[in-house]
Write a protein that binds this ligand. Sequence first.
Ligand code: CMP
Length: 142
Amino acid sequence: MFEQTFLMIKPDGVKKKIIGDILSRIEQKELDIIAMKMFQITRELAEIHYEEHRGKEFYEDLIKFIISGPVIGIILEGEDAVKIIRNLAGKTNPKEAEYGTIRGDYAFDITKNIVHTSDSRISAQREISNFFKKTEILNNIK
Ligand code: CMP
């Protein structure tokens, strides 16, 4: 299915200087980057993004970490974009993520797990509208 998804390089991915490697892995897939920016997430926006995790024991650490430094937000578009990008990222828990995936290759910690990716088309649309204005997204790039 032709769809959009959202990938965020978290503060640990930016600090480790692996932005280029993550982008080149993304570019090897048949997906188009239709928006990309570096920004600092406010606490307010972090709470909106991670609303579903509010109240869990790891929630506060997750919020503190995601606002601890700049992130890169990327919107991708193409056939089965959500699944392709989730497979590229690997399992959420780096201990379970396979080698060859971004988390399997770079992450050691479930909070500092290098990237966030949307888990469905609906989440993708919600996350895209949380982080991007309509004018920041390319249309009809083909
Ligand atoms: P992310 O894809 O950003 O979505 C929610 C985040 O919560 C997830 O990556 C992890 O960083 C974090 N997370 C999920 N489950 C746990 C857990 N059991 N303990 C700590 N952090 C978690």
